[in-house]
Design a protein around this ligand. Structure first.
Ligand code: UD1
Ligand code: CA
Length: 463
């Protein structure tokens, strides 16, 4: 039976003090609700429904490219039971295990969801509740158990007696696995006779108890996994937990970190063995780092592939491919479309955009290279740049193999510099340079013997 996951994400999140919906706030480089959806997917949910309400368009946009995610709008927020009912009304009856999760509980692990589904299947449960024992149960729904220990009901904090508020320490995490068929048939039984006048999904437990349907609970051993995010402070706490969870996993696979508290790695990044991640490094998006690399310090790479044995120091890079044995930085800026071939070197205060730097070619100091195809064995002197933009259009520069470009050269595109050519320092190259030629564009140097000494003498006489 396919697994359905319903992710409740319609809430307002007033405590975030934000003009964006709460679940769109980022934990590392992904929105909160993205993490819940990922956990559901990893647990085998093939049909994921996100209930949107506040900032619906912004939440929908997060999943615009995910074919397995459907968004259902809950126009009026009448409670968690109402949210699930909206999904049934919009998409039809549920079938198979139906897991309910929250979009603001990003630390939930796939394994936990799986154990909930397994329990439901094994006992043919109508509902399995994931419970927890947080240090402070205030505000949470409490698990009321009968004398034989079986789950009887979930009672919201506001609906508990003062004794229950004090003594019932086992809490509802808000995560459940239901039998889809029985949920569809019985969800209309939920009423609003409670302190908040809301349709509580938690009421399903007592409803099933009444019907004699089997219900059970699993208590999560790690309460932090169920941390809900309501404030920026809780967002920071959850971010720290996820950061260290990812970093611990990387270290277990052979990645070195000088300080795991100062490295941030997104959930889809891979890092190879014996690679060292230095402080203040952020690896985002679909970044792939090979083995035996050194990344950082002070480096942010987004969708960057780095092959084995390369080093990237104090660099910002986006949508770039770095082949093996390349050295980058300190202080380079690699913009989209950069491709650094094996053994290339991009040095300090260098910006590269939409360009290929050939094998073993070097752009060591203070350069801008844009819209350029560069062959192998090229050396670009300090301060040399491509002038690729005429104020309206971008133009290409082609540099052949084994070209030597002297320092402070302006290559005004479109322009071609042939294989083996040499460009003299401080030239402004506006015409193509044939292979093996020398191009020089500078006025001849004048030398006037004794001129400086004469000037000094005159100045001394004035004093
Ligand atoms: C809920 C549970 C409580 C549990 C707690 C755990 C109910 C009645 N109570 O309480 O037992 O201990 O979670 O955190 O379910 N949402 C919607 N639409 C709605 C209402 C809520 O999408 O109409 C979403 C919210 O965005 C939020 C989640 O559901 O992500 C929980 O809703 P909330 O009203 O905050 O429930 P709690 O009071 O936290
Ligand atoms: Ca010049």
């Amino acid at each position: 039976m396919p697994i359905t996951a319903i992710v409740l994400a319609a809430g307002e999140g007033t405590r975030m003090k934000s003009s964006h919906p709460k679940v769109a706030h980022k934990l590392l480089d992904r929105p909160l609700v993205w993490w819940t959806v990922r956990a559901a997917r990893e647990a085998g949910a093939d049909n994921i429904v996100v209930v949107v309400g506040n900032g619906a368009d912004e939440v929908r946009a997060i999943f615009a490219e995910d074919a397995d995610v459907t968004c259902v709008e809950q126009a009026e927020r009448l409670g968690t039971g109402h949210a699930v009912r909206c999904v049934r009304d919009a998409l039809g009856a549920f079938s198979g295990p139906t897991v309910v999760l929250y979009g603001d509980t990003p630390l939930i692990r796939a394994e936990t969801i799986t154990s909930l589904v397994d329990e439901t299947r094994a006992n043919h449960n109508a509902c399995t509740v994931l419970t927890m024992c947080p240090p402070d149960p205030t505000g949470y729904g409490r698990i009321r158990r009968s004398s034989d220990g079986s789950v009887e009901a979930i009672v919201e904090h506001k609906d508990c007696t003062p004794e229950e508020q004090q003594h019932l320490t086992e809490c509802n995490s808000g995560i459940y696995c239901f039998c889809g068929k029985r949920l569809s048939e019985n969800i209309d039984k939920i009423g609003t006779n409670n302190a908040q006048g809301e349709y509580y999904l938690t009421d399903m437990v007592a409803i099933y108890k009444e019907m004699g349907e089997p219900v059970s609970a699993i208590c999560a051993d790690d309460y932090s996994e169920l941390l809900g995010i309501n404030s920026r402070s809780q967002l920071a706490t959850a971010t720290k937990i996820m950061q260290l969870r990812i970093n611990e996993a990387l270290m277990a696979e052979g990645v070195t970190m000088l300080d795991p508290n100062q490295v941030w790695v997104g959930p889809e990044v891979t890092v190879g063995r014996d690679t060292e991640l230095l402080p203040q490094t952020m690896l985002w998006g679909a970044t792939r780092i090979g083995s035996d690399c050194v990344i950082g310090p002070n480096t942010r790479l987004t969708n960057v592939t780095v092959a084995d044995g390369s080093s990237v120091e104090e660099t910002v890079g986006y949508d770039t491919i770095i082949e093996a044995g390349v050295t980058v930085g300190p202080r380079a800026y690699l913009r989209p479309g950069t491709h650094l071939l094996a053994g290339a070197h991009v040095g300090t205060h260098v910006e590269i955009k939409n360009s290929t730097i050939g094998e073993g070619s070097k752009v060591p100091h203070l350069s801008y290279i844009g819209d350029t195809t560069m062959g192998s064995g090229v050396n670009i002197g300090a301060g040399s740049i491509t002038c690729n933009y005429d104020g309206k259009h971008k133009h290409p520069t082609v540099i052949g193999n084994d070209v030597f470009v002297g320092s402070d050269t302006m290559m005004v595109a479109p322009v071609n510099i042939g294989d083996g050519a040499l460009v003299g320092a401080s030239s402004c190259i506006t015409q193509d340079v044939p292979a093996d030629a020398l191009a020089l564009e500078r006025s001849r140097q004048q030398v006037i013997e004794g001129w400086a000494a004469e000037r000094r003498k005159l100045m001394q006489e004035e004093d």
